[in-house]
Design a protein around this ligand. Structure first.
Ligand SMILES: C=C(O[C@H]1C=CC=C(C(=O)O)[C@@H]1O)C(=O)O
Length: 377
């Protein structure tokens, strides 16, 4: 199947009204499409399932799920961005909405005051911004594939959620055989004119809170300090933005049952909620005054079959005839995303607030984050 046929199929799948998802893993070439054959709605029970999981920020209900064995799978082996022009909508507005700006600034100020007066140390505060694109959902998806080769790029539709599209830089949990890894990603700067020692104490502290919390949650699950590998903290690019990032990895103790335990322990991390988690969560629910829905939830292929082709240079000739089948998981935090309705999209953006935050800079940061999606509209 060529790229044009693949995107026509993606658009037809969207129009069919059945659950579907198409995605490309960070740094990979293949784009996968999973189209559910029935109109049923499936939910995760214990994370031993195979398929694609889609969870909201709020985890009261079990996450939605497209089972691999209830779907038709199509793979575009290589997405060639040179085959497509970047289509764009005309008349998108840069955010000049002063009401939205005032509302976000007063929310951030309330966050800072609460941090100064209580045991809350960090809270991630967000907003949504409406835009009127004139291009289709599959065109937005295609633009994202062209623009962000190192992000997890996806388009998801489910009758219960509508269409969501995104290009996230943040892994919640990746498993390959018995190895797992996660990351602490926080602190934001524009790539333009940045030099390495520009990171301030505010951003270093904001990101360290995420690293420390992830390590402590993993220890509570029984992983010892010696068994966890923690990288140096480094600057990581996400489109035209930069973040501070620490990678944390280990070996899964109890087989596939562990995946669910790790996801439940980590989500919501202080990269999208705050610290202490319960205080930050209550603050968000009480004060954000809108429903995040699937923004800052998590999503991705869970125990999905991946065919690993053996190298043709292998010396063992017998092995050449086979490729091995693995069931790995790649779960991401749903950031840099939008909800699509014909004629209107909602772009979701947020940022970590600490005692050292400055409200107008936090507003600017959310404006910069909206540009990741706007570049594809
Ligand atoms: C909450 C978001 O980003 C998180 C991930 C990286 C950097 C962040 C920050 O600098 O605040 C956030 O923690 C978002 O993109 O909406």
């Amino acid at each position: 199947m060529n790229s044009k046929d693949f995107f026509n199929l993606a658009q037809e799948s969207l129009d069919a009204g059945k659950a579907m998802v198409s995605f490309r893993l960070p740094g990979k070439e293949a784009v996968q499409l999973l189209l559910q054959t029935s109109k049923d709605s499936f939910r995760i029970k214990d994370f031993s399932e195979n398929g694609f999981v889609f969870s909201p920020f709020n985890t009261e209900n079990n996450p939605l799920f497209i089972p691999e064995n209830e779907s038709i799978k199509t793979v575009l082996p290589f997405f060639d961005s040179s085959k497509f022009q970047l289509n764009s909508s005309e008349g998108l507005s840069e955010n000049l909405d002063s009401k939205a700006k005032l509302a976000h600034i007063s929310l951030v100020k309330l966050g800072i005051e609460t941090i100064n007066k209580t045991t809350l140390q960090k809270v991630v505060l967000s907003r949504k911004e409406l835009q009127k694109p004139t291009i289709s959902a599959s065109e937005i998806f295609r633009n994202l594939l062209s623009l962000y080769p190192n992000a997890f790029v996806y388009i998801w539709f489910h009758p219960e959620t509508g269409v969501w599209i995104g290009a996230t830089p943040e892994t919640l949990l990746k498993t390959e055989r018995t190895k797992f890894s996660t990351m602490a990603l926080a602190g934001t700067r524009k790539l333009q004119d940045f030099s390495e020692n520009d990171w301030t104490n505010k951003e270093i502290v904001e990101q360290k809170i995420v690293t420390d919390s992830i390590i402590s949650k993993l220890k509570e699950l029984g992983y010892s300090s010696e068994s966890l590998k923690v990288s140096e903290t480094y600057t990581s690019e996400a489109g035209s933005l930069l973040h501070l990032r620490t990678d944390i990895s280990g070996t899964i103790n109890n087989g596939s049952a562990e995946i669910g335990a790790i996801i439940k322990a980590l989500h919501p991390t202080p990269a999208i909620c705050g610290l202490p988690t319960d205080k930050a969560y209550s603050f968000i629910i009480e004060h954000e005054k809108y429903d995040r829905e699937f923004y800052s939830g998590y999503l991705g292929p869970l125990n999905m079959t991946t065919e690993i082709k053996r190298s043709s240079r292998t010396r063992n000739q017998e092995n050449q005839a086979y490729s091995s089948i693995r069931k790995d998981s790649y779960i991401f935090v749903n950031l840099r995303c939008l909800k699509y309705k014909k004629g209107e999209v909602a772009i979701y953006v947020g940022g970590g607030i600490t005692k050292d935050s400055e409200a107008s800079a936090e507003w600017e940061e959310t404006v910069n984050k909206t540009r990741t999606m706007k570049a594809a509209l």
